[in-house]
Structures are given as C-alpha cells and as structure tokens.
Design a protein around this ligand. Structure first.
Ligand SMILES: Cc1cc2nc3c(=O)[nH]c(=O)nc-3n(C[C@H](O)[C@H](O)[C@H](O)COP(=O)(O)OP(=O)(O)OC[C@H]3O[C@@H](n4cnc5c(N)ncnc54)[C@H](O)[C@@H]3O)c2cc1C
Length: 469
C-alpha cells in the first residue's frame, strides 16, 4: 500500500464525509476530483487500480495497440508513398511494453492528482451496508451522499466458458504473441477494434455478428461503408448469423454457427458486450431499484434511495469513459448545489477506433425520421474524395449530416482514417444546436480533414465549395 493511501484500522471511527464514492474508475474518480474542488470532503474507495477499466484494461491500452497497428500498416504500405521500408514483424512483448509505459505514466499522474486534491483514498473492496454507509474490511465510511461507481465486466454467452483459447478483452490484452487466426464474436465497438489491431499485425480475422450489420448502433450508411472497408482489408465478417457453441483443444478453438458452418482458429475473442458490476455489493439490500443488474437512475443520476447516486457503466446507456467523467462531474456539482445541466446519452460523442475510424454524435437518419417525420429531415453526405488531407492520407469515407429541415443539425456521422479526431467540432455543433448556416460562416483550416466538416455544412447551407451542388 502506498504511503498516501488512507490506512484502514479495522473498526476505527471515521468522520462522516460529504461524499463517499464506491469505485475509482472514470465515473468515480471524476466525481472525487470535482467534489474536492468544490470544497466537499471525499472518500474514494477502490478495490483494484485507480483509473478502472478505461485506464488499465480499456480505452488507453487498446488505443496504444491501435497506434502500433497504424505504424505496422504505414510500414507495410510505405512503397505507395515512395518510402522504402519493410515490415519485418511484430515484437509483441515490445508493443506491450510501449503500451504499459503509456498506461503507467497516466496512472502515476492520476494518483498524483487524487493525492493533491486531498481525497481520502481507501484501498479495498467496499460494500453498501446502509444507504449512507460503505464498509471496507470492517471499517464503516459514512457519507451525507453516496455515489455508486462500480463499473462493468466483460460478458459471455450462456454455456460459453472463458478460459484457455476463449477469452474476453481482459485476457486478449495480455497476449504476448500475435495469433495466426482469430475469431471475434461480436461486431460492436470492442470486437471491431481488436479485429482491426490483429489484422494490421498480420492475423487472419473473422468476425461473427448476430445482427444484420457490423457496428449496428451506427447510422446504416456508416455501417455499410465500414463493412466495405473491412472487406477491402480482407477482414472476414459473417453477419446475421448466430453463434451456437465452441470447443477447444491443443490444435485450436472450434466454433459452430447456427447455419451449420464450423470455423477453426487459434483464439476466440468474446466481445458480446459488458454487464453491470453491481450484484453482491449490498445495493438490493439497501433498497436500490435495479433492472437486470443495472442501477436505475433519473436524469440527475439519483437512484430511488435519497442521497444515493450512481454514475458510469453501472447505469443503463452508453458505456463510455467520457460519459462516466460527465456523470461524475455532474453528481459532484449537484451535491455542491450548482444545479448542473444534464446531457442526454444521444448527444454524447462516440468514436469507434479502428482502421477506418467512425465518429458520431446525435441522431442517425433513421432516428431523426422517426422523431420528426420522413419529410422533416434533410441529409447531406460530403465525400472525403474532395478533401485534400484525406487524399494525402489515402483514405476514403464521408461526413454525413442529419438536419431537422430548416432547423439545426441533429446528427453528425463520419467515417475515414483518423476521422475520430473531428468529433470535437461535431459534438459542439449538435449540442449547441447549430444551423448549417452558423457553421458555414466559420473558417476551417486548409488542408485538414476538419475542412470536410466545413464543406459539408457549406453544402447543406446551399453554398457548396469543393463539392457538386
Ligand atoms: C477493451 C475496452 C476498450 C474501451 N475503449 C473505450 C474508449 O476508447 N473510449 C471510451 O470512452 N470508453 C471505452 N471503453 C469503456 C470504458 O472503459 C468504460 O465506459 C469506463 O471505464 C466506465 O467507467 P466506470 O467508472 O463506470 O467503471 P470502471 O472504469 O469499470 O470502474 C469501476 C471501478 O470500480 C471498482 N470496483 C468495483 N467494485 C468495487 C467494490 N466492491 N469495491 C471497490 N471498488 C470496486 C473497480 O475495480 C473499477 O476500478 C472501453 C472498454 C473496454 C473494455
């Protein structure tokens, strides 16, 4: 235990805090940092590592792998740019040590932040023993408010046991070799992300998805373009097909599908979603309303029990780190009496990190038509073929705008290499309810991919520049 951690003395009396937070992931630590900034006394309880899933087993390590994958692709394709280089192979232990270096620098920084903000950090497994008490190792931590932030875990399917060659993202991140052949079960964000990394590292990859398309939560046009891009990369995808069973032996893993097909590979990655880590922690006993394991909250993150809030992945909705940060900050400000404005899930930016990337925020075309009516929605797609920087990067794709006719832009959907970086402006446009004419008057630097955002709005405002009317 590090010297700055709060030392538990079993049974010792601990003064009541303003806020007791259970779970030190994105949601929990953001809440702790903001609450202490507001002058509230804070106890933050974490059984594993401060930073949670995102920092240690999620966002950060996977994006480091994706960057290494991009470097591999650049070496492989260098000749296209007149550069003589060859890809000799992937040294997975070195990739992992680069990745671990990134994580450990951020971890150190975060520990320093929490320490500097005067948060009482308690290392240990907590349990809600009354609506205002969390007990760790026999010591009660009582708070005027309690924030539940215990996050999520990687799910599997009934009868599909994790172990050996069958793994979730947790084990996949610890591999010290590149598998020759992989099956990825699930074509959502985590599945396609790993598929992208492994393909760039040289694996033969097949994705199995029960829904009719990959990244099915995205606008249909994006999803179709994504499938085309994966086909071009020779990533196999079997959509609209159900997994039936898997067995493993010394030779590999053998997967049976409901269409009678069987597939063999070295590994099976199970990426079928994440479930709430909320059972057995005393929540039900304290009277917290739950639905299939999720902690239910209102739009102000309040559970049904007065004084108890919940944030991040244990609440139903998008499972994203920045949603957790936002929830955490929101709850701290709510407790601090600042009456913050809630942000609906639909307006939280989403990025699928892969080659190509997807960035989206707001309503898809189908959702907008359902909400406003077919005739009340205008759509424009700006092709990256007309964008200088995208040509330089040799990427294809588009930015699709969904507008409430004669009204604001209610959805931005993008696909292309590195296009996730454009999500910043996209989310400002949607959240500030900008009209195409508002954005069209703003200047976008040349040559950037960001220009495509400006061009799309110029076109929707009726004055296209580098696009046909
Ligand atoms: C492979 C992968 C890639 C991802 N990539 C991205 C991405 O690129 N961008 C993005 O936005 N999101 C990404 N995510 C999702 C992101 O990691 C989560 O949305 C985020 O971590 C949720 O934060 P949280 O605070 O709700 O939960 P968590 O981060 O899971 O934190 C919960 C914490 O609570 C602790 N805890 C649980 N029970 C107890 C207990 N009883 N006592 C004490 N402590 C306890 C846990 O140890 C954990 O540290 C990814 C996830 C995965 C798995």
């Amino acid at each position: 235990m590090e010297e700055w951690l709060h030392i538990n003395v079993k049974g010792a009396a601990v003064p009541e805090a303003d806020v007791v937070i259970l779970g030190g992931g994105s949601g929990g630590y953001a809440c702790a940092l903001r609450a202490s900034q507001l002058g509230l006394s804070v106890v933050l309880i974490e059984k594993g590592k401060l930073g949670g899933t995102c920092l240690h087993r999620g966002c950060i390590p996977t994006k480091a792998l994706l960057h290494a994958a991009e470097v591999a692709d650049s070496a492989r394709e260098s000749e296209n740019f007149g550069v003589k280089a060859t890809l000799e192979g992937i040294d997975m232990p070195k990739v992992n040590s680069y990745r671990d270096g990134v994580v450990s620098r951020l971890y150190k920084g975060l520990q320093g932040l929490v320490k500097s903000r005067d948060v009482t950090y308690v290392e240990g497994e907590g349990r809600l023993t009354s609506p205002n008490t969390v007990t760790v190792d026999g010591t009660d931590y009582t708070g005027k408010h309690v924030v539940l932030a215990t996050g999520s875990y990687a799910r599997t399917l009934p009868g599909l046991e994790i172990g050996g060659r069958i793994m979730t993202s947790d084990q996949a991140l610890t591999l010290d070799y590149v598998p020759e052949k992989v099956i990825v079960l699930g074509g959502g964000v985590i599945g396609v992300e790993f598929a992208s990394v492994w393909k760039s590292f040289g694996s033969d990859v097949t994705i199995i998805e029960a829904l009719p398309r990959l990244v099915a939560a995205e606008d249909e046009a994006i999803s179709k373009a994504f499938e085309r891009a994966y086909r071009k990369r020779k990533i196999n995808a079997k959509t609209g097909v159900q997994f039936q069973s898997a067995t493993q032996d010394d030779n590999g893993v053998h997967v049976a599908l409901d269409n009678g097909e069987t597939l063999d590979a070295d590994l099976l990655l199970v990426a079928v979603g994440r479930g709430p880590q909320a059972s057995g922690l005393g929540y039900e006993e304290a009277g917290i309303a739950m639905d299939r394991g999720w902690v239910l909250v209102d739009e102000r993150q309040r559970t049904n029990v007065p004084g108890v809030f919940a944030v991040g992945d244990i609440t139903p909705g998008l499972q994203l780190a920045h949603r957790g940060f936002q929830h955490g900050i929101f709850v701290a400000e709510e407790i601090g009496g600042l009456h913050p404005r809630p942000i609906a899930d639909i307006n939280i930016p989403r990025v699928t990190y892969s080659e190509p990337e997807i960035g989206s925020v707001g309503l898809t075309e189908a959702q907008a038509k359902e909400q406003f009516g077919d005739d009340a929605v205008s759509v424009y797609e700006y092709n990256l073929g007309g964008n200088g920087k995208s040509q330089i990067l040799a990427t294809t794709g588009f930015i699709k705008l969904v507008q409430r006719t004669d009204g604001p832009v209610v959805g931005v959907h993008m696909i292309g290499a590195r296009i996730g970086e454009q999500i910043g402006e996209a989310q400002l446009i949607v959240n500030w309810e900008a009209y195409p004419e508002d954005v069209a008057t703003l200047v976008h630097a040349h040559p950037t991919q960001n220009e495509a955002m400006g061009e799309a709005h110029l076109a929707l405002a009726g004055k296209p520049l580098h696009a046909h009317a």
